[in-house]
Write a protein that binds this ligand. Structure first.
Ligand code: TTP
Ligand code: MN
Ligand code: MN
Ligand code: MN
Length: 389
């Protein structure tokens, strides 16, 4: 029975993986505020608090209407006292003092700017903040020691700040497909991450690559990156080898959301002419792969050149793990996190981007499709476009 006695009242499920969350929703004026507090908690290394605010925001994203009064929040799960207080203040005054002062704070702005650099995480950014550094320019000015990723991050900072459009992602897809088929015919490539969920822009482009013949995918990544490098299409890449072993990654292993696929964090050099061509007809990769002119070693300004830098993530999965990898790399991050929490807490199962382990039956559950995995978990299938939790 619903607490308000209205049988037609929608019942909001408490795990994000039990709900449909579209990309566009009715409560951005509230979710953006809660996500500032979530991000700030993350900057302060308070994961529990960060997830609590993110879950609260996510519930509001799944509502089929705009929240108008505090009564609209009755019966909703995941809204703690703090989130309710913030929502109430926004409903009454139009904004929340805590959110606005967080947004304006020097720490928040610095952490946002510094973690916005490719290769810089919260820990490094926090250390730099405490040393008095405030901006990417400060890092250059004070000659900070930087690793290779961070150097690339600074060099292409402006480009990497700009959102990647779907049109750009489509051109990158053609390039990746051409590269993969050149080195391994029959391989399959799938666009993942935000673009698979229907986003129109992203911070990067994610791909999952496999081959129907198990084993053919082994050692594939270096071949792909070599091909791309020969074509002058890569500005940066770092490949990490597959380190997945079923025995080690089974129930004995502590949960960890980093997976162990062969993967590559890269920065592509994307010719702007290729994107223009693409929106007219189809670009040939020949248009795309000319690059070549010598770059200044310092900062790249894409307004002055014919290309821009784009972050691309490539992941190679064995065919037998492809469904799990697909589910794990579609996101959103909160949706993934909630799926794993559901599996563990409600089903005594352990879900990763590699496998699903059933602790009661002591066995791995095989799956060829995402639908089968939802079914094992006792969940209604949620299509990618409604996983925007
Ligand atoms: P992201 O590319 O970070 O996020 P996104 O594509 O949802 O959003 P954006 O538009 O900003 O790029 O990650 C994509 C998915 O990959 C995300 O659901 C989580 C998953 N993932 C892993 O499984 N392992 C990892 O190590 C990382 C970094 C991501
Ligand atoms: Mn709607
Ligand atoms: Mn992405
Ligand atoms: Mn990514």
């Amino acid at each position: 029975p619903k607490p308000n006695g209205d049988p037609s009242a929608m019942q909001m499920k408490s795990y994000a993986c039990q709900r449909r969350t579209p990309l566009k929703h009715h409560n951005s004026f509230l979710t953006e505020a809660l996500e500032i507090l979530s991000q700030n908690a993350e900057y302060n290394d308070n994961e529990g608090r960060s997830v609590a605010f993110r879950r609260a925001a996510s519930v509001l994203k799944a509502l089929p209407h705009r929240v108008k009064t505090i009564e609209d929040l009755r019966c909703l799960p995941c809204l703690g006292d703090h989130s309710q207080r913030v929502i109430k203040e926004i409903l009454e005054d139009g904004s929340s003092r805590e959110v606005e002062s967080t947004r304006q704070s020097e720490q928040f702005q610095t952490m946002k700017a510094l973690t916005g650099i490719f290769g810089v995480g919260v820990r490094t950014a926090d250390r730099w903040f405490r040393e008095g550094l405030r901006s990417p320019d400060d890092l250059i000015r004070t000659g900070q020691q930087l690793n290779r990723a961070q150097q690339a991050g600074l060099q292409y900072y402006d480009d990497l700040q700009k959102p990647v459009t779907k049109a750009e992602a489509d051109v990158i897809s053609d390039i990746v497909e051409k590269a993969v088929h050149a080195v391994l015919p029959g391989a399959e490539i799938q666009l993942m991450g935000g673009f698979r969920r229907g986003k129109e822009v992203g911070h990067d482009v994610d791909f999952l690559i496999t081959h129907p013949e198990e084993g053919k995918e082994e050692g594939l990544m270096p071949k792909i990156t070599n091909w791309l490098e020969e074509q002058g299409l890569l500005l940066y890449q770092k490949t990490t080898r597959n380190s997945y072993l079923e025995k080690m990654d089974g129930p004995a292993r502590p949960p960890n959301n980093m997976d162990r696929f062969e993967r590559c964090f890269s920065i592509f050099k994307l010719q702007k002419s290729a994107v223009r061509c693409k929106s007219n007809s189809t670009a040939s990769v020949e248009d795309v792969s000319r690059g070549g002119e010598n770059e200044r070693p310092s900062e790249h300004h894409s307004e002055e050149s014919g290309w821009r830098a784009v972050r691309v993530d490539l992941v190679v999965s064995p065919y037998s793990q492809f469904a799990f990898a697909t589910l794990g790399w579609t996101g959103s991050k909160l949706f993934e996190r909630e799926l794993r929490r559901w599996a563990g807490q409600e089903k005594h199962m352990s879900l990763s981007s590699h496998a699903l382990y059933d602790s009661k039956q002591n066995l791995y559950l095989r799956a060829k499709t995402e639908e089968e995995i939802f079914a094992y978990l006792g969940l209604e299938f949620i299509p990618p476009s409604e996983r925007n939790a």
